[in-house]
Design a binder for this molecule. Structure first.
Ligand SMILES: Nc1ncnc2c1ncn2[C@@H]1O[C@H](COP(=O)(O)OP(=O)(O)O)[C@@H](O)[C@H]1O
Ligand SMILES: [Mg+2]
Length: 280
């Protein structure tokens, strides 16, 4: 026989009045948790990739060294042969030798590019090296802007919005590299004319360097991938996809973080946050 259903006394919701504010708190906490989770996954990925990359860079480096040195020698020998036999070689043989030399030079340039990549991979995997000292962030930003002047020239207006001028203790060379990567990306994102605002501030005991561009923006589906090593949307030869991966590791090693906000077609803001008062 079915039991008569007991009517539950009508009560209000099981939370006190005025509790609805907590919903918002919960949502915020949840968002924070999710953000932390993304950071954790990312750092785990980076740690294992770091080891893998160090191994690969090492393996590439040895054969690369002898290939480069051989190319250098062959180029020298060909130059000698061409100089020594300049009168006695018939035209066709000479043309072939010159062609061979041109190819050797091309090969050398290609190998140099591989070497640059290997250097970047090594930086990526061994970020504990470098000198710890205080840098004047404003000065560091200015020197990066100077390096990139040929790319910004007449087309990009650069606004320096330095709310904070001061020294930041950090691994100086590495932080410079972060600034270079982030600002270079902002320059690359602006196809024709546009603006880049570089700013400094302090927030919650963190030194904040922000780089805001009026460039192409990042599609939503790519935002999570931009820190992945080798993720690039740039044409072959222009992007290595290592800039942000390296920057992420450097900033993480400093106990900081990088925040990215982007609106497709409107622009992107990248904020690099480094804790103040770091010691070596
Ligand atoms: N400021 C930016 N605006 C638009 N896209 C960006 C910006 N910064 C980074 N990206 C995207 O992230 C990708 C990865 O950047 P990065 O790691 O520096 O590698 P690379 O610059 O060699 O492509 C870029 O190819 C680009 O798609
Ligand atoms: Mg880059």
């Amino acid at each position: 026989m079915p039991r008569p259903r007991r009517r539950l006394p009508r009560r209000g919701p099981p939370w006190p009045r005025g509790w609805h504010g907590r919903d918002q708190d919960l949502e915020e906490a949840n968002a924070k948790l999710r953000e932390t989770q993304v950071h954790l996954i990312q750092s785990e990925k980076m740690a294992s990739l770091g080891q893998l990359v160090a191994g690969i860079a090492h393996e590439i480096n040895n054969p690369l060294s002898f290939a480069l040195s051989n190319v250098f020698s062959i180029d020298g020998w060909l130059a000698d042969v061409l100089a020594d036999t300049c009168d006695c070689l018939d035209g066709e043989v000479r043309a072939r030798l010159e062609k061979a030399r041109a190819r050797v030079v091309d090969t050398g340039q290609g190998l140099e590019r591989v070497r640059e990549l290997v250097v970047k991979l090594r930086t990526f995997s061994r970020l504990d090296e470098g000198e710890f000292k205080s840098i004047d962030v404003r000065e560091a930003i200015d020197s990066v802007l100077l390096f990139l002047r040929h790319k910004t020239a007449d087309r990009i207006e650069v606004v320096r919005d330095f709310a904070l001028q001061g020294d930041l203790p950090c691994y100086a060379g590495q932080l410079n590299q972060v600034l270079m990567n982030v600002i270079a990306n902002a320059v690359d994102a602006i196809e024709d004319k546009g603006t880049i605002v570089v700013g400094t501030a302090v927030e919650d005991e963190m030194f904040v360097i922000s780089v805001r561009d009026s460039g192409c923006g990042i599609p939503k589906e790519n935002v999570e991938r931009i820190f992945d090593p080798f993720f690039t949307t740039k044409p072959v030869g222009q992007g290595t996809g290592l800039g942000l991966a390296i920057s992420y590791k450097i900033v993480q090693a400093h106990g900081g973080r990088i925040d990215v906000r982007s609106e497709l077609g409107q622009g992107t803001e990248v904020r690099v946050l480094i804790p103040l008062g770091l010691t070596a």
